[in-house]
Design a protein around this ligand. Structure first.
Ligand code: ADP
Length: 420
């Protein structure tokens, strides 16, 4: 019997994971590998070794029937490569803020409040590289996912519109804006495809190396957070995913594109729709500061989600938030503190829930579609008490997302089973 399988590979900063699915979207294999204590100089070799190892670990009967592969990388982790696709300097990682030296120059060329006006944007990293003596040897500026995809399809200078957003690509008009085209380094920009678009077959060398069909295709990739969103299966405007991790991240699928630099809100394109997102500094990191995971689980069972405390917390570890309240000096509000721990936890959970509701309200005020349903992801999603509390504040159905693994979302992209 022949089957069709699809492979999604998720590259993060400390490891990578591969998930193979069948055409019914069932997971048929999962492999993962972590890399720690890697120096900057070793990064690209480690990524390549990890990619090859993960593919080789997929069971042979699945590999032999693999139809397509897609890869997601960390947004804004970038490489500068020579003509042969070899990195000429260590990659610059997503959170590396050395580009703050370039902000003045970016402000001079980019429109006000553009998403590239950030010390960690891909454009800021490219401008930093421009000042280095080796820059003249550069032929390609690539994102992590672009470079890993190249190792499989052999084509240099290819990207997707999720990765290219923070380089300044105009996802609405599907072109580099004129102000970006005019720059002296514009020949380095990758050609941008729709995430999931067919880039080409695997190179003969790679299909031979891994025992993969010669006609196995490689599709354009995406970023880690979009891949995690795709995994949730959200498909209708008005549906949203809240990530209850260390921070609180909201993503609302909408027919309209909304942006607000003031609140750190921007929209990714998802086919004909837009994914509007915002992130607050509140979230699980504050919970973890006071309680370990076991305490969180036990204390939550003593909370009645149908009653509300009179505590009006804004849980933060240090002053300042951007979304849904933009105030760099916003003071954490964590008092008065009840003597009973579960009462205190109730206040914290309510506080975060209130901020979540305020966040969705803000996205809607800016023009996003009316919220109809929320799917939860991240460490806090398993807390059913909190889910009931949140439902009370949000006034829409709140459930746990069926899957939130980026590698699964990217496998769906490989299988062409997304809105893209
Ligand atoms: P990240 O990847 O952003 O670090 P995770 O998605 O792994 O975060 O989630 C970790 C967070 O989940 C921690 O900050 C922790 O406080 C929170 N968490 C873990 N268990 C629970 C629980 N039962 N209820 C609420 N929050 C929880």
């Amino acid at each position: 019997m022949t089957n069709n399988y699809y492979l999604g590979i998720d590259f993060g900063t400390s490891g990578a994971r591969a998930i193979a699915i069948d055409k019914e979207k069932n997971i048929v294999a999962t492999k993962q590998n972590s890399f720690t204590n890697i120096t900057a100089d070793e990064l690209t070799q480690t990524w390549q070794d990890t990619l090859y190892q993960l593919i080789a670990e997929i069971p042979l009967d699945i590999r032999k029937q693999l139809q397509a592969i897609a890869i997601n990388g960390t947004s804004s982790t970038v490489l500068l490569c020579d003509r042969e696709g070899k990195a000429i300097a260590p990659p610059i990682l997503y959170d590396d803020a050395r580009g703050k030296e370039e902000l003045e120059q970016i402000n001079n060329i980019a429109p006000d409040n553009h998403v590239v006006v950030s010390a960690t944007s891909s454009l800021a990293k490219l401008l930093w590289w421009q000042k280095q003596p080796y820059f003249k040897r550069a032929s390609y500026f690539l994102h992590q996912a672009d470079w890993l995809g190249y190792l499989l399809h052999g084509k240099l200078g290819i990207s997707d519109y999720h990765n290219a957003l923070k380089l300044g690509y105009d996802v609405e008009h599907l072109s580099y804006p004129i102000w970006l085209q005019k720059q002296p380094y514009s020949h380095l920009y990758p050609q941008v495809f729709t995430p999931g678009a067919v880039i080409g077959n695997l190179t003969p060398q790679q299909s031979h190396r891994f025992n993969l069909p010669a006609n196995c295709i490689v599709r354009a990739g995406t970023t880690d957070s979009i891949a995690a969103f795709l995994a949730s299966g959200v498909s209708q405007p008005g549906e949203a995913v809240t990530s209850l991790g260390s921070t609180l991240v909201l993503k609302l699928l909408s027919q309209t594109k909304i942006n607000s630099a003031l609140y750190g809100i921007y929209s990714h394109r998802i086919g004909k729709l837009w994914l509007a997102g915002g992130a607050s500094n509140t979230g699980g990191a504050v919970l973890r500061h006071f309680f370990n995971d076991e305490q969180l689980q036990n204390l939550s069972q003593h909370i009645d989600p149908k009653t509300r405390s009179s505590l009006e917390y804004y849980p933060l570890l240090k002053p300042g938030d951007r979304f849904p309240l933009n105030d760099p000096d916003l003071a954490p509000r964590l008092s008065p503190r009840p003597t009973n721990s579960s009462d205190f936890l109730q206040g914290l959970l309510e506080g975060i829930s209130r901020i979540e509701a305020l966040g969705y309200q803000k996205l809607q005020e800016l023009g996003a579609d009316k919220l109809t349903q929320v799917y939860s992801a991240g460490g806090g999603a398993k807390n059913s008490t909190w889910q009931a509390i949140r439902q009370g504040y949000l006034n829409v159905l709140v459930t746990v997302a069926a899957n939130t693994q980026a590698a699964y979302g990217t496998a769906l992209l490989a299988a062409n089973q997304t809105l893209l």
